[in-house]
Design a binder for this molecule. Sequence first.
Ligand SMILES: [Fe+2]
Length: 295
Amino acid sequence: MTKPEITPISPVLGAEVRGVDLADGIDDATFAVLHGAFLDHGVLLFKDQTAMAADVQVAFARRLGPLHTHPAAPAEHDDPAVFLIRTHRDSTISNGNGWHSDVSCDEEPPSATMLQVHVLPDSGGDTLFADMEAAYATLPDDLRARLRQMSAVHASEHVYRGRYADRGAVDEGVTYPTAVHPVVRTHPETARRSLFVNPSFTVGIEGLDDDGSRQLLADLYVHCARPEFQIRHRWDRNDVALWDNRRVQHFAIWDYWPHERCGHRVTVQGDRPFFDPDGEDPPPSPLRMSLGRLA
Ligand SMILES: [Fe+2]
């Protein structure tokens, strides 16, 4: 077994992993350590990596579950499980340049996403991650109680229609997914609760009128974007990020045009988001009190 060295990035979210090169493949004991760290920290950032062969990346992702099929991504790689992330001079839009949880519009959205970036701009192209467990835990009690009763609609027509036309994807006759998910979801592996709405896919809260829905979502997004919940990853070439879409949102900053950024993404199929009313809310935290005083 290779002994991974795991160093938290903030007390809230994320850890750097060193001492293991994923390109070499990993054994079961190493995977068990990494899986535990993934559940503990929500985002793992693997440093000092070499470029993984596609089948090695796919094999790692498969240890976390069956793979997810993206509803819109163009088939550009020999292995259909690999989604090419590529933004360059001629791009008119960039993947993930806004807060989201990957493909939350699916009935069963991805649990985990694994991305290795092979080509980077000289500067820029950082990725932000935000912990929606901390966001949930720091809301006032009465608001959390209301949110626990709510469901939201996640749509994707507005996100995906025509999005990959310049990469050969034809979507005539394609229906893009829409799903209704609980606003507060229970993590299927840790049982912890998190907020599960995001400004990219969530189009409304069920049972509220348009204004009420828009206002509540806007308030939640302001809260979710607080820096206390975030880490910012400044990529080195071949870094690998592995994040838990059931817990975090991310934002791939496109501040480097006309330069290029390319990588390989493999995504793991998750289960249907659910809320367990028998679970427990996290205890009051000083962070909640502090945010309350600032509001
Ligand atoms: Fe994403």
